[in-house]
Ligand binder design. Structure first.
Ligand code: DPP
Ligand code: ZN
Length: 848
């Protein structure tokens, strides 16, 4: 395993202007001819050899300015000795042969259901042709595709087509990771968009015949994204066409290739019958995300892969803003923070913790993480909060003006903010270079009419970073008086030292503090607050996030107490929930979120962080008891609430209807704990959309029922891959702890468990680790099963195998028995010969 270091970065030796590619497509033997137009720059790397990356290529021909060269490639590329290279511009021509049909790793050029497609980020282009496959080499691409397939697509604008061929020209210089090619029997949902400056853009979503009717929502989301980026960031689209293609076999969610986004079909295709409200919301967010990359990622890209957060953190931040504008900022923030805690805090707490900008890696695919993406977005949110909205806008305009067409770094990004605002961001930069979730403790003092808050930051050690200096932490605070009126509107305290006090004067009485409003920094707030004060904030806080947070904190305390042996659920939380769900002034989506109990993995992480050892079985039992108590307390209210949230008109995936359905189905889940599943059975039978079907099915499985409904679901949907993924997943997620491994064994033995399809693999093996009590069942069967499947998948698709292996990252939280079992599986993985670089790196880091 070779480690790559940020500190070793050097610019590429030979500037490359232009690339002409010709593809002669054939499943077993595709020929790729590449003509690379180099422009030597004697100032850059005098006397340097020319190194091209290339993996798994059969070199057919190599010529320099038309003269054949005799250079032998090695396993990772091709070197042309400096002595062979002219001083003037020259053209290097290669012809290679590749076999897309055998490409199960889904990186480079591969086939999915008879269609050719590509995935080049991060380092897939080197599996297509010999090339300087690094993001700081930006060139203009001209592509010719030869094939009898009817639809032939690449990046940029169309540049001619005829029988059996098509050409594409991309006027914008780009790195190779943004290259894309698609060829297949596809049909389009066409549309168009008129940009702010009056440019007409042809839009197409390409799918397999029969799926056109499921593209309308994605198209609508695309047009809204394009408009939003013009209005909010002043960014216009810059080509004549924008194509999106849906692919069934895809490792990621989607990919922002210039002018030709390729999507996992589950993030494009939606109809009320087949997609849930959550699917619609994700489709909207990911369509936006990939579109927004056109400016943050494509026009301005990353100098090297250590800077991945430069494009991903910013683009996630932008898609979160967009979703908030389209739906509800409060609900979106709560959802985002829940996801951040579930994935990123978890990562930060374990052996895979790394900075938002890592400084070394073995396999870059392993760094497409919650830390780079979601914490990367949080860091930008903090920056915006610190400098203010107007200054943020100024800084972004400067960023686009200064770095358009460039491959930039985090230093460039911060410099733009420093220049635009006059701030020194030296200390702030630690958010990029240091891993770990800071913990914030709070002391309060009320004396002589002065209220003081003393904040102290604690920075836990992470792998390779035992000691850390204080960070800049924006802490948004508001104060309420005992009547629940806000006496201090939200103000941002800037914590820059380890310990710092802030005073509030002129208060008539001791206030109740609402701290870290809007989750103003990705930290853990360690603050002992009485249940009564939490209930007060839940009832009165004007900040919706902290209102939800107060309920969440209460719920976590209840759950922790129950798991530790408390006999009953105390009244504070239950009474607060009864009041909250019936408060019609609150958005139903918000109420549904407040009703959702803390997850078991989240709870286990919380306990572990507090130095307590989580017992997965006890947590599971406690959570069920808590749900039963909530169902009991809400019993009188449930029928009325369900009535009030019943949707009568036509289905719409909008946020208002989705919120009502979420609350309705949360009530259904609670009701089914008391009525033996009668209401859920009726709801399943009556459901006219996938949100309601799946919610009813989950409610039944949760109480150990639902087999007839599973059968009916299967009978109806067996021909639909995306819907069947849900069928697989729901059974694993809701299996009882002692039945989870068995359920997975039965499902994976089915002929339709097509494990080479990443979606299907995730729907079962990913769900296995998402069922906390089932995954951590004491006999270790689930650990074994996961390791078996990782080892089976690894030779075919290392990227997805490595991604799924993070299920093991939490082993240190648990008792020595479970620790031993997980470590044995990690050791077994590491002892396997031929392990991929991807899984090898992950297992090494987790075992370490
Ligand atoms: N496709 C991934 C994303 O958009 C990687 N760039 O985040
Ligand atoms: Zn992205």
């Amino acid at each position: 395993q070779t480690t790559v270091y940020l500190a070793d970065y050097r610019p590429y030796s030979h500037p490359l202007d232009r690339v002409e590619l010709t593809f002669r497509l054939a499943p077993q033997a595709t020929r790729v001819v590449a003509r690379l137009h180099f422009r030597p720059d004697p100032a850059r790397s005098p006397g340097a050899d020319l190194r091209l990356d290339g993996e798994g290529l059969r070199l057919i021909r190599l010529a320099l300015d038309g003269t054949p060269l005799d250079c032998q490639p090695d396993d990772t590329g091709l070197t042309l000795p400096a002595a062979l290279l002219p001083a003037d511009p020259f053209v290097l021509e290669t012809e290679v042969e590749i076999a897309p049909v055998g490409n199960t790793a889904l990186e480079g050029l591969y086939m999915s259901n008879g269609m050719y497609c590509t995935q080049c980020e991060a380092e897939g282009f080197r599996k297509i042709t010999y090339y300087p496959d690094r993001p700081d080499v930006m060139a203009r691409f001209h592509v010719r595709i030869e094939s009898d397939l009817p639809v032939l697509l690449s990046n940029g604008n169309p540049a001619g087509q005829g029988p059996g061929w098509a050409e594409w020209d991309d006027p914008w210089p780009k790195p190779a990771y943004l290259f894309a090619l698609v060829a297949g029997e596809l049909v389009a949902l066409p549309d168009h968009f008129l940009t702010a400056s009056g440019r007409e853009v042809a839009l197409n979503i390409w799918v397999r015949a029969g799926d056109e009717s499921r593209c309308a929502y994605a198209m609508d989301a695309l047009k809204r994204s394009m408009r939003w980026d013009e209005q909010v960031y002043g960014r216009e689209y810059d080509l004549d066409v924008f194509n999106i293609v849906a692919v069934d076999d895809f490792n990621m969610g989607a990919m922002e290739n210039k002018g030709l986004n390729i999507f996992n079909s589950k993030l494009v295709l939606a109809s009320p019958e087949t997609a849930t409200d959550t699917d619609y919301e994700r489709i909207e967010a990911v369509i936006a995300h990939e579109y927004f990359h056109n400016w943050t990622g494509n026009r301005i890209t990353c100098r090297d892969w250590f800077q991945l957060c430069l494009k991903e953190g910013l683009t996630v931040f932008r898609d979160q803003q967009f979703s908030g504008d389209m739906r509800s900022h409060a609900v979106k923030r709560i959802e985002d923070v829940q996801a951040l805690r579930a994935r990123q805090f978890r990562e930060d707490q374990g052996p895979l913790a790394h900075p938002v900008r890592p400084d070394s890696f073995v396999e870059i695919n392993n760094f497409y993480t919650a830390t780079v993406y979601e914490k990367g977005a949080e860091v930008i949110g903090m920056l915006k909060r610190l400098v203010g909205d107007a200054e943020y806008a100024r800084a972004l305009n400067l960023y686009f003006a200064r770095h358009d067409g460039e491959a930039a770094t985090i230093e460039d990004w911060l410099k733009v903010f420093e220049d635009a605002t006059g701030r020194d961001l030296g200390q702030f930069k630690r958010w990029y270079t240091e891993a770990g979730t800071p913990r914030l403790t709070v002391e309060e003092e009320w004396k002589d009419g002065i209220y003081s808050l003393t904040l102290e930051q604690h920075l836990p050690p992470t792998p390779g970073q035992p000691v850390k200096a204080p960070k800049v932490i924006p802490v948004a605070v508001g104060l309420l008086n005992p009547n629940g009126d806000e006496v201090q509107p939200t103000t941002v305290l800037e914590l820059t030292e380890t310990r710092q006090s802030f005073r509030f004067e002129g208060l008539a009485s001791r206030p109740v503090a609402s701290i870290l409003r809007g989750f103003s920094a990705p930290v853990v707030l360690d603050r002992a607050v009485s249940a009564a004060e939490r209930a007060f904030l839940l009832a009165h806080d004007t900040d919706p996030f902290n209102r939800w947070e107060a309920g969440r904190a209460l719920a976590k305390e209840v759950l922790a107490d129950l798991a530790a042996g408390a006999p009953t659920v105390g009244p504070d939380w239950l009474e607060a929930m009864v009041r909250l769900v019936q408060d019609d002034s609150l958005d139903p989506a918000f109420r549904a979120l407040a009703l959702r109990l803390p997850g078991e993995d989240d709870m286990a992480a919380t306990l572990a962080a507090a130095g307590k050892q989580p017992d997965p079985a006890a947590l599971h039992t406690a959570r069920r008891r808590m749900a039963a108590a909530l169902a009991g307390a809400l019993a009188p209210a449930l029928p009325g609430l369900m009535e009030a949230t019943q949707i009568t008109g036509a289905f719409s995936p909008d946020a208002v209807q989705a919120g009502k359905r979420a609350l309705h189905n949360a009530c259904l889940g609670l009701l089914s704990l008391r009525d033996g599943g009668a209401a859920a059975e009726a709801a399943f039978a009556a459901a006219t959309n996938m949100t309601d079907s799946l919610a009813a099915l989950a409610a039944l499985l949760e109480i150990g029922r639902g087999q007839p409904q599973l059968d009916a679901f299967e009978a109806r949907w067996r021909g639909d891959r995306l819907v069947m993924d849900k069928w697989f997943m729901v059974q694993v997620l809701h299996a009882a702890p002692d039945q989870t491994a068995r359920t997975v064994e039965l499902l994976t033995a089915r002929a339709d468990f097509d494990w080479k399809n990443p979606n299907r693999f995730r729907s079962v093996i990913g769900a296995l680790s998402a069922n906390h009590a089932g995954f951590h069942y004491q006999d270790g069967a689930s650990y074994r099963l996961l390791a078996d499947w990782l080892l089976r998948l690894d030779p075919k698709n290392p990227q997805t195998a490595a991604r799924m292996s993070t299920a093991f990252e939490t082993w240190r939280r648990y008792d020595s028995g479970r620790q031993g079992l997980i470590r044995a599986e990690l050791a077994r993985i590491l002892a396997t010969s031929g392990l991929s670089r991807d899984l090898g790196e992950m297992a090494t880091r987790m075992a370490g």
